[in-house]
Design a protein around this ligand. Structure first.
Ligand SMILES: *Cc1c(COP(=O)(O)O)cnc(C)c1O
Length: 368
């Protein structure tokens, strides 16, 4: 019996940082300082630097990062935010959480990120912001999006929850728009030992508002200048992430090496599939393939010990929670992705034998 290939395995990465984490955790537990504090401040400084952004505000999840960024930018009641229809549900529910309304547009068939050509029909006199997502680790067309935003006076908030470290011409994910939002959920490219998130920005005013909003809107001790909530990051999370951040670039490079091997090996097998480009604009949070018989292939792979996933099985307008919001144009690409997309195993410590094995099993089931 062949070994099972997991979808994701970060045990090797974590074994590496564990001794130092135990030491840091003891220090934090004995200090009694569990929320924010010096570990969180150090992580904010280093994370901002790693993104080439002036400020970073640490929060307790990627969803909180989106909510805090929208609130800090003043997005709210009566306003519309343009969101791609193919993304994790939090991108749109964060918009609802601040009292604004998502307007769904289709994604590009090349990048599976927000399609810039779909922006003009989405515009209304209530449009306030665009929320592009760097889906699967691949950067959206940020020059097209920011140009359109400038022409129409819109705020741009990037959902960079899947794209830590992705860059184009030296600029990093999260630093193109007015603010960038990251998640440190364990399965992300930079994952914590639990929940975490970050807002990065070059806008000093937005950063100051975000820092207050995550701490109940506190402007000075005992005084609440803004109506905020508790979105604070734990010191233990920051300590863990401080140890992992220096390894991010190396681990992203390892993901690219896995993606290259998939590209090479899968081309003859899935010749209809567009191969993702392997360059610095993609950090391969997900390695997606597409097939008309996705569900059959997925179960056949499972039977052969290869664990896969689907990102995502429904486009946002097909989710009961998001029915009835305005849709600009058709959402054909998003609907195709929901039907045909399959995420193959990918993680930094995946061996070339493991990649070979996935390709071998895929070849066996694809034409069965
Ligand atoms: C993971 C994710 C989020 C939410 O982050 P959490 O930390 O799980 O709250 C938001 N958007 C996208 C695209 C994500 O992948």
């Amino acid at each position: 019996m062949n070994e099972t290939i997991p979808f994701l395995d970060y045990s090797e990465e974590h074994r590496l940082v564990l001794p130092n984490f135990i030491e840091a955790a003891s220090r934090i537990v004995l200090s009694g300082r569990f929320a924010l504090g010096p570990e969180v401040e150090a992580f904010e400084t280093d994370y901002a630097a790693s993104c080439g952004a002036k400020h970073a505000v640490a929060v307790n999840s990627g969803t909180s990062a989106l909510v805090v960024a929208l609130l800090a930018a003043g997005v709210g009641q009566g306003e519309e935010v343009i969101v791609p229809a193919m993304t994790f549900v939090a991108t749109a529910t964060a918009v609802l959480a601040v009292g604004a309304t998502p307007v769904l547009v289709d994604v590009s068939p090349e990048t599976f990120c927000l399609d810039v050509d779909r922006l003009p029909p989405a515009l209304s006199d209530r449009t306030r912001a665009i929320l592009p997502v760097h889906l699967y680790g691949q950067l959206a067309d940020m020059s097209g999006i920011t140009l359109f935003a400038q022409q129409h006076g819109l705020t741009v908030i990037e959902d960079a929850a899947q794209s830590h470290g992705a860059s184009r011409s030296g600029r990093k994910a999260g630093s193109f728009g007015d603010a960038g939002c990251f998640s440190f959920y364990p399965g992300k490219n930079l994952g914590g030992a639990g929940e975490g998130g970050m807002v990065v920005t070059n806008d000093t005013n937005l950063a100051a508002r975000a820092a207050k909003l995550r701490d109940w809107g506190q402007s000075k001790k005992g005084e609440y200048g803004l109506p905020g909530s508790n979105y604070r990051m734990d010191a233990l999370q920051a300590a863990f992430l401080n140890l992992k951040l220096p390894l991010l670039d190396e681990w992203n490079a390892a993901r690219r090496a896995v993606a290259s091997q998939y590209n090479e090996r899968l081309y003859p097998i899935l010749s209809v599939t567009s191969r993702p480009r392997v360059d610095e604009t993609n950090v391969f949070h997900i390695y997606p393939v597409f097939h008309r018989h996705r569900d059959r292939i997925r179960s056949a792979l499972a039977a052969r010990g290869v664990v896969t996933n689907v990102h995502y099985p429904k486009a946002l307008h097909q989710q009961p929670a998001l029915r009835g919001y305005r849709i600009a144009g058709d959402l054909a690409v998003s609907e195709m992705v929901a039907k045909e997309q399959l995420s193959l195993p990918i993680f930094p410590t995946m061996s070339s034998q493991q990649v070979d094995r996935v390709c071998h099993e895929l070849a066996a089931v694809v034409d069965a």
